[in-house]
Design a protein around this ligand. Structure first.
Ligand code: NAD
Ligand code: UDP
Length: 313
């Protein structure tokens, strides 16, 4: 049994990770400031005596004795991370410094939730870990993209200078239950709109692509990455190579929800990447991992979550 800190533990991914680690027989501490997270996501875990919940902001130092840290705290949806760009940079950068400082002091192993956004609007397709990316350093997405890039720099520096044991996961678009109904990301937006019979908002012409990964696959990848051999630190892509246009996603959601919603077209947000697909050769080799849940199956599970959630609201 290990004691494990999950920052962002009340968020979409964090809540699934807390549950998975508790089920694995570990003691888990969720740390969150509830900016985009919900207590609803973890309330079912609160009866477990091995689960602790702490309200804290990662931009402030924090001390605890743990064996492992998963650093997930950071808003992930463009509308939320662009709401207060300065705070987003602070969360990524100061959050990384605080958590790496903690890991150094207590000799914990630490995993960073990095992102495919480090590749920006990629000129190389599919994206491999050795691609340096194509990021606008002063655009609307830069608070997130550059914040996450500096975080990777900090992880590598703490590893090289201070021998901190690190793992860096570059996560591609992930979806599933526990996403916030107002999250603003495409899968949750389309499902909520379809279930409510509202118009489906396609940004741009809908020909941009994303590769969508179901949350359970990612969580399996996280846990495997944390357990890889000491010398393997990443960065490693964790994503589902199945690539779809946004229009294809909209059509699938309409079909699976049996919704009469209409597609409407809205301007494409600034610097919105045109394509994204992970090359997961490295994850296959080092983690013995690949996603198992195809888009349609994952969407069905996610639709049933939102269907229930909307009835509660
Ligand atoms: P989310 O917004 O649901 O979860 C983020 C959590 O962090 C929330 O609970 C939020 O309240 C918390 N948080 C935000 N700022 C904080 C702060 N300063 N101090 C403490 N807690 C704070 O998003 P998610 O999809 O679960 O993403 C989790 C992590 O994974 C993020 O770091 C994100 O960048 C990364 N990621 C996610 C995806 C994805 O597709 N879901 C893709 C790439 C990277
Ligand atoms: N998108 C869309 N309609 C929405 C929300 C998003 O067409 O209601 C598009 C968005 O412009 C982008 C893609 O879907 O091209 C994925 O957006 P999301 O915010 O989910 O993630 P990211 O852009 O960070 O990959």
């Amino acid at each position: 049994m290990k004691r494990i800190l999950v920052t962002g533990g009340a968020g979409f991914l964090g809540s699934h990770l807390c549950e998975r680690l508790l089920n694995g027989g570990h003691e888990v501490i969720s740390l969150d400031n509830y900016f985009t997270g919900m207590k609803r996501n973890i309330v079912h875990l609160m009866d477990n005596p091995y689960f602790e919940v702490i309200r804290h902001d990662v931009t402030m130092p924090f001390f605890i004795e743990v064996d492992q840290i998963y650093n997930l705290a950071c808003p992930a949806s463009p509308i939320h991370y662009q709401y207060n760009p300065i705070k987003t940079v602070k969360t990524s950068v100061m959050g990384a410094i605080n958590m790496l400082g903690l890991a150094k002091r207590i000799k914990a192993k630490i995993l960073q939730a990095s992102t495919s956004e480090v590749y920006g609007d990629p000129l190389v397709h599919p994206q491999k870990e050795d691609y340096w990316g194509h990021v606008n350093p002063i655009g609307k997405r830069s608070c997130y993209d550059e914040g996450k890039r500096v975080a990777e720099t900090l992880y590598m520096s703490y590893h090289e200078q201070n021998n901190v044991r690190i793992k860096i996961a570059r996560i591609f678009n992930t979806y599933g239950p526990n996403m916030h109904p107002n999250d603003g990301r495409v899968v949750s937006n389309f499902i909520v709109q379809a279930l409510k019979g509202e118009d489906i908002t396609i940004y741009g012409d809908g020909n941009q692509t994303r590769s969508f990964q179901y949350v359970d696959d990612l969580i399996e990848g996280f846990v495997r990455l944390m357990d890889t051999r000491e010398e393997f630190i990443g960065p490693v892509n964790l994503g589902n190579p199945g690539e779809f246009t946004i229009l294809e996603l909209a059509e699938k959601v309409l079909e699976l929800t049996d919704s009469q919603s209409k597609l409407i077209f809205r301007p494409l947000p600034e610097d919105d990447p045109m394509q994204r697909q992970p090359d997961i050769t490295l994850a296959k080799k080092e983690l013995g991992w690949e996603p198992k849940i195809p888009l349609e199956k994952g969407l069905v599970k996610t639709i049933s979550y939102f269907d229930q959630l909307l009835k509660e609201l």
